[in-house]
Structures are given as structure tokens and as C-alpha cells.
Design a protein around this ligand. Sequence first.
Ligand code: UD1
Ligand code: CA
Length: 454
Amino acid sequence: MFKTVILAAGQGKRMFSDTPKVLHFLAGKSLLQHVADTVATLTTESPIIVFGHQGQLVKETLPNTPATWVEQKEQLGTGHALLQTLPHIPDGQRVLVLYGDVPLINASTLKNLLNTPENSLGLITANVSQPAGLGRIVRDAQNKIIDIIEEKDTTETQRAISEINSGIYYIPKKFLSNWLPALTNNNSQKEYYLTDIIRLAVKEHIPIYAVKPSYEEEILGVNDKIQLAHLERFFQKKLAEKLMQQGTTLADPTRIDIRGSLTVGKDIFIDVNVIFEGNVILGNRCQIGANSILKNVILGDDVEIKPHSVIEGAEINQSCVIGPFARIRPGTTLAANVHVGNFAEIKNSFIGENTKIHHVSYTGDSTLGKKVNIGAGTIVCNYDGVNKYRTTIEDGAFIGSNSSLVAPVNIGAGAIIGAGSIINRDAPPHQLTLARAQQTTIEGWKRRNKEGES
Ligand code: UD1
Ligand code: CA
């Protein structure tokens, strides 16, 4: 049995932000959520999260993460933060200590750490290319770990050490109960450093085991926006590689962003600068055009999304062709083989099979049948300023260009609406309905010239 503690009370001064550091986003998810989600793959027991800065906000942004929330009123250092949790940890258990600002730690590395022998101290360390800012691991002549020195307290020789402290540990509670109250803040930052427990462990001859991550990004912390961007790009690269391993063709693996979960079928092509958010599922042979954004979308097989399309909260069935420059908003279902063209916006609507909405139009709160044709410039007036109403357009209806359909209204099957009509009453099936001023030509009318004479 072990208890997980996530330290997340720091403000993150170097982020220069009003948002607490652990709530900054990486791949569409807060740093803290990344850590909490990884913990959830290791144990069903909820973690203890140490909060401080804007604690209420931190809690609210993790509504689906059951946790014991422990407040650290003043941020006096990582050792002081962990001390606050001891009353919440059952005696006899070991404690897995994680940092809310180290988001990419892998479950497999943590499993290795959890294999640390009993009555000893486990920690994750790594040799990194740029150790600046991190605690250095000091080893003796026998290569045994004897200390961790924070960068600000290092000597020049120690600064050259490339092995750094991840801040992730696995320690029996009984040791922490002895060591944490004994920490002092005699250091350059006047903080109670958790790292000082190493010296205490060495003094008591407690064995120390270091576990290495698979790659250094696993244990890199986010302290500023440069580090955040570095980890974001690293993570995106990994996600792109995973997609390609599954057979997806990416025009450029460095120009795709996945901020959530993306499930792919076979033979998919994704052009440059496509952003996926939330849960997206792509069927076989889908093609996603450049600069498109898909959020919480399900695409059937053989769907083509042309460039610059923005699609959210929609189910798009097989062989639909969307865009370029289409916008599909939440609550929309397109049946098979629907075509949506440029500058067409669709919201909260069902569009039947083989229907075409090709140009510059708005279809909101509507139900369209099969083989409907919506002319360019057609607007469904679904909102009267107070309430929203539905429009239905039955199978095979043809809406002439630049028509306004004032909801609630029903257009019967096979009806034709003359171009430029303003329709505010139901139109019967299979007939031409027109609602526009008659065109007249005024006999004998003469144009004025510039001087105003006729
Ligand atoms: C810490 C380690 C350093 C390690 C680095 C890895 C110490 C003294 N130093 O340094 O050896 O290389 O992490 O990323 O432990 N926190 C609290 N309460 C506090 C202070 C911090 O909860 O009073 C939390 C922060 O929210 C953060 C984590 O602890 O999630 C680490 O704190 P931070 O100040 O970023 O420590 P580092 O200087 O990065
Ligand atoms: Ca840090």
C-alpha cells in the first residue's frame, strides 16, 4: 500500500501569470491533471494534493479527480509542503511524492520506482543536457548518492554535475515523520527543502536507489513559458509519432496539435496545421485539410475536410465533403454524403443524406431531409431576439439563393422556394413558393445627370 502526494502549492513566479502554475495547459490539459491522470493508472486510491495559491480555483478545475486536498497556507518550500500531508497518510505506508509541475512522468517509470526495496529511499534522477535551475545529485567515490544541492546553493564544481533531481520520490512514511520536522531553512532561498532528507538518510545509513526515466522530458519541470513550450512540442512530437506508427500520413509531423484524444482508422491523411481538441474519432480514408480545427467530432469513413474548416461537437457520416472555410457547430449531425461548402455555418441541426449546402449560408436549429439543396446566401432565422425556433426542410426541397426562412417554419418535400424569398409561413410540398416584391420596370424613367437635371 502506498499513498500518492502531489505538491502543487507553488505560485510559479517565473510564469508571470495570474493563473497558478499547475493550471497552465499542456496538450489541452492542465499540468496537474496530467500528473493526476498518470497516478490514476497506477492506483485506484485517490492522491493527496497540496494546494496553496488560489486553491479554490485549483480544486474547481479538477472536478473529476477525487483527492484529499491539503492546504499549505504559506509556501515555505517542498519539505514544508510534504510535512502538511503526514496527518493524512496512514502509518506503515510508503509515500510516492510527485510534483504538479512535472507533467510528463510516465507510469512505467513510476512503476520502477515503486519497486524500490522496503526500508529504503527511492528517487528518480536523470542525466540531462541542460541541468540549469535543477537540484544536482552529488555522489561519493563509490558512486553512492550522498546529497542533493539546489542550483542556487551549488559550488562551481557541483554546477557542472549533469545528474539532476526529478523531485519524485518513494519513501516510507516513518522516515518522513522523523526527517521532515527536522528540516531547516538555512539556504539561499530560506526554504524548507525536501531535498535535504537525502543527507538525513545518508546519516542513518538508509539505502538510496535511483531510478532513471526513459527520456529526460519525463522529469522536466515547467517553471516558465519556455519550458512549457519545450514540453508541449516534445509531447506533440510523441503523439505525432504514435499516429504515424498507426499508419496515419502526416504532411508534417511538426505541424499537428492534439489536445485530447484522437482515434484513427486506416489510410488517413492529415495536412499541415490541423488542431484536434477533446475526443476526435476519424474513420478510414478521411482527409483533413490544412488549418482545420476539429473538436469533439466523429467522422465516418471517406470524409473529406477541405482546408480552413472549423468543426465542433458534430457527427459527420461517411463520404461527406466539408469546406473549405466551413463552420460546423455543436449539436450537428450530417448523414452520409452531405456536402457543405465555403462560408456555410451549421449549428444544432440534422442534415439528411445527399443534401448540399454549398455557399455562404446559415443553418441553425434545423432538420433537413435527404437531397435538399440550400442555395447560396440562405439564412435560417432561428432567433427572434428572445427565443430560438426550429426549421424543417423536407426531402428534395430546393431553397433559392438569398432566401430567409423565418423559424418556426416547415418547407414541404420537393418544394421550391424562389430566390430572395422571405418565408415565414409553411411552404407546401412540390410547389413553387415565392415571397418577394415583384420586379417592376418604370416606363419613361430617366437617369439624373451629375448636375441633378433630368
Ligand atoms: C525542485 C527540487 C529540485 C528539483 C526540481 C525538479 C527542492 C528543494 N528542489 O526545485 O531539486 O531538481 O524540483 O523539478 O525540492 N511546492 C509546494 N510548496 C512549496 C514549494 C513548492 O507545493 O512551498 C510545489 C510546487 O507547486 C511545485 C513543486 O513543489 O509543483 C516544486 O516546487 P518548485 O518551487 O518548482 O521547485 P524547484 O525549484 O523546481
Ligand atoms: Ca519546479
